[in-house]
Design a protein around this ligand. Structure first.
Ligand code: KG4
Ligand code: ZN
Length: 338
C-alpha cells in the first residue's frame, strides 16, 4: 500500500510517501522569500506552491522507487489554511487520484498535526492529551481514538505561534518569530521579567493578546519605544516573553492532567519545536508519570508525512470521499474535532 500525502496550507509545500506503513519520503520546500514582507503573502504563496508541487511529487516517487501508477491512496490538506494555497495542493491531489481511479482523502490540517506523534518510533497511547501549538491554532484536546477528539480549550485571541511572530516583529527580529525569539533568548544572562498569564472563563482556554500588551507596555515604560531598546537588552525581553508564553501553555496542560486520566501527552505543531516548551512538557510528563511524545523537528512544522499518515488512518477507518464538482470537499465529513 503506497500513500501519497500533499500539504500546501501556508508557506510550505510538502509531499510525502508512506509505503506499507513506513515513511519513505518527506520532502519539504519552504517559501523563505516571505521574510522580506514580514509575514506570508497569500497570493505569492499560491504561485510558489504551483511551481513546486509537480517537481516535488516526481522527486518523491523517485525516492520511494515507485511510479505514479503504484500510488494506492492520495491524501491532501483540505483546510484550514490560505484558500489559494490550499487549492493548489488539493486540486493537484484530487486530479492525481481521479485520473487514476484511486481513493482520495481530504485531511484536516490540525488533525494532521494531532496525529504527527505517531510518526515517531514511540507512539502516543489513547486516550492522550494533545497540545496543538502552531502559527494559526492553539488547542488543548483529549484524543480518545482516531475519530473521537474532544476540544477542551482553545485560544480566545492570538495563537501561540502568532504571539511569537508578533513579539519578534516588535523586537525587530523578523519572521518567522519563534526560532528567532528562541535564539535571542539563549543570550539572556539576567533575571526574567515576569509577564502575567491571562486567566480565562474556561480553565483550558488560552489568551496571548494580554501578554503581547504587557510586553509592549514594559518596552514603552522602560525605553519609550521598541527602536530605543539597547541591543544587549533584547535577549532579556525575548526570554521573558518566551518563559511567560511557555508558562501559559504548561499551566493549562497541567490543569487538564489533573482532571483527565490519560496515558500520554503529545505536543505538536510549529511551536512544538520550541526547546523550552519541549523541556517543560517533558518535566511535566515525568512528574505525572505519563508517556510524552513530541515529533522530531521535521514533523513539528507543516509536512506532508502527517497528512499522508492521517489520511491513511481515516482510510483504514472506512472514511470515504466521493468526487464532486466542489473545489473544496466538505470537511465536516472528514473532521473529528468536536
Ligand atoms: O505548524 P506551523 O509550521 O504552521 C501553521 O500551521 O501555523 O507553525 C508555524 C509557527 C510560526 O508561528 C513559528 O513562529 C512557530 O511555529 N515556531 C516556533 C518555533 N519554530 C517555529 N515558535 C516557537 N519556538 C520555535 N522554535
Ligand atoms: Zn501547521
Amino acid at each position: 500500500m503506497n500513500v501519497l500525502g500533499i500539504e500546501s496550507s501556508c508557506d510550505e509545500t510538502s509531499v510525502a510517501i508512506i509505503s506499507n506503513g513506513k515513511l519513505v519520503s518527506n520532502l519539504i520546500s519552504s517559501q523563505d522569500f516571505h521574510t522580506q514582507y514580514g509575514g506570508v503573502v497569500p497570493e505569492l504563496s499560491s504561485r510558489a506552491h504551483l511551481q513546486i508541487v509537480l517537481p516535488l511529487v516526481k522527486q518523491s516517487l523517485e525516492r520511494a522507487g515507485i511510479s505514479a501508477g503504484q500510488i494506492d491512496l492520495v491524501c491532501a490538506t483540505a483546510g484550514p489554511g490560505l484558500i489559494g494555497a490550499l487549492l493548489v495542493g488539493l486540486s493537484f491531489a484530487k486530479g492525481f487520484a481521479y485520473t487514476r481511479r484511486k481513493p482520495f482523502i481530504p485531511v484536516n490540517h490540525i488533525e494532521g498535526h494531532i496525529f504527527s506523534g505517531f510518526l515517531m518510533e514511540e507512539k502516543p497511547e489513547f486516550p492522550y492529551l494533545c497540545l496543538v501549538v502552531s502559527g494559526g491554532h492553539t488547542l488543548l484536546l483529549l484524543v480518545e481514538s482516531d475519530t473521537e477528539i474532544k476540544k477542551l480549550g482553545t485560544t480566545i485571541d492570538d495563537a501561540a505561534g502568532e504571539a511569537f511572530d508578533k513579539i519578534s516583529k516588535l523586537l525587530g527580529f523578523g519572521y518567522p518569530g519563534g526560532p528567532k525569539i528562541q535564539e535571542a533568548a539563549l543570550d539572556q544572562r539576567t533575571d526574567f521579567t515576569e509577564f502575567p498569564v491571562a486567566q480565562c472563563k474556561n480553565p483550558y482556554d488560552f489568551s496571548f493578546s494580554g501578554l503581547k500588551t504587557s510586553v509592549l507596555r514594559f518596552i514603552q515604560k522602560e525605553y519609550g519605544e521598541p527602536s530605543k531598546i539597547p541591543s544587549e537588552h533584547l535577549p532579556l525581553i525575548a526570554s521573558s516573553f518566551q518563559y511567560s508564553a511557555v508558562r501559559a501553555l504548561i499551566s493549562k496542560l497541567e490543569k487538564a492532567l489533573q482532571n483527565y486520566p490519560v496515558k500520554s501527552i503529545s505536543l505538536v505543531g510549529g511551536v512544538a519545536a520550541n526547546k523550552l516548551l519541549r523541556d517543560e512538557c517533558s518535566k511535566l510528563s515525568i512528574r505525572y508519570k505519563k508517556k510524552f511524545i513530541v515529533p522530531s523537528l521535521e514533523f513539528c512544522g507543516d509536512n506532508g508525512a502527517m497528512i499522508a499518515y492521517r489520511g491513511l488512518r481515516l482510510h483504514e477507518n472506512g472514511i470515504k470521499y466521493t468526487f464532486d464538482f466542489n473545489a473544496f470537499p466538505s470537511l465536516s465529513d472528514h473532521t473529528f474535532i468536536k
